[in-house]
Design a protein. Structure first.
Length: 246
């Protein structure tokens, strides 16, 4: 399962503290979202995977973002399967990019590196986002403009719908999805706190012109340094666009 791709130029326009505050509010909203309402959404959607494999390709999604425990698991059996997640969050004046985690590589045809013959070759070890897809939540406006948490991810584009799901299964899906979303937001918050502290400690600053020039070169094939947040540290990598199979 591959997530929507933010591109390689997702630099924040808010300050670190503003971003942290916004993410903390989002996490609080997520934890307050009524479980019964989420269960009703899951029951109403009635998604059933028909193993078409389309969600595991760039046809519908951009990349598989890995939580830290997912990254550790991939490294235990296939360390070359990960790359710094696209959508770098920041760049310092020395031309070093920063991002909040890793993603899975894709093949030249745009499919997940673990998709073989239309099936997941690591299904028993599949990653957090793959287990809850397509029941992730996000904030969006309804037809009246009211913004709230809603269910997403390619509805009516793949898989089957309106399949009966019993109450216990709906509750399990709701719990696992909320746990995934909370873990993702927690990782994003910790990343930004660590980045804020690093920038303050080492006198770093974001220079938009540096970012733009480096991204122009990156798109042309140049190598850049990307520091990936993992387990409280920033791991340096030399990255080219070819690594993403674009």
């Amino acid at each position: 399962m591959i997530l929507p791709d933010p591109g390689v130029e997702a630099v924040a326009t808010l300050s670190f503290d503003e971003e942290i505050d916004a993410l903390e509010q989002e996490l609080a909203d997520l934890l307050r979202f009524p479980e019964e309402e989420f269960i009703d959404i899951i029951r109403d959607v009635g998604f059933f995977c028909d193993c078409c494999g389309r969600c595991c390709t760039r046809e519908f999604n951009g990349h598989v973002f890995l939580l830290e425990e997912d990254t550790d698991r991939v490294r235990s059996f296939c360390p070359d399967a990960i790359v710094p997640a696209p959508g770098y969050d920041a760049c310092d004046q020395h031309g070093r990019f920063y991002v909040s985690g890793y993603a899975l590589r894709t093949k030249p045809d745009g499919s997940c590196i673990f998709l073989e013959g239309g099936r997941c070759s690591v299904y028993d070890q599949r990653f957090s986002i793959c287990r809850v897809y397509p029941y992730m939540l996000h904030r969006e406006a309804d037809e009246r403009g009211a913004v709230d948490w809603r269910q997403i991810s390619g509805l009516n584009e793949h898989g089957c719908y309106n399949t009966p799901i019993d109450d216990a299964e709906c509750a399990r899906i709701a719990r696992e999805t909320r746990a995934y979303e909370a873990a993702f937001l927690d990782q994003e918050i910790r990343f930004r706190r660590a980045l804020r502290d690093l920038f303050a400690r080492e006198g770093l600053r974001y220079v938009r012109r540096t970012y733009d020039l480096l991204m122009r070169d990156f798109r042309k094939g140049a190598e850049v340094e990307v520091r990936v947040f993992h387990r409280g540290r920033f791991e340096p990598h030399q990255v080219t666009r070819a690594m993403y199979r674009w």
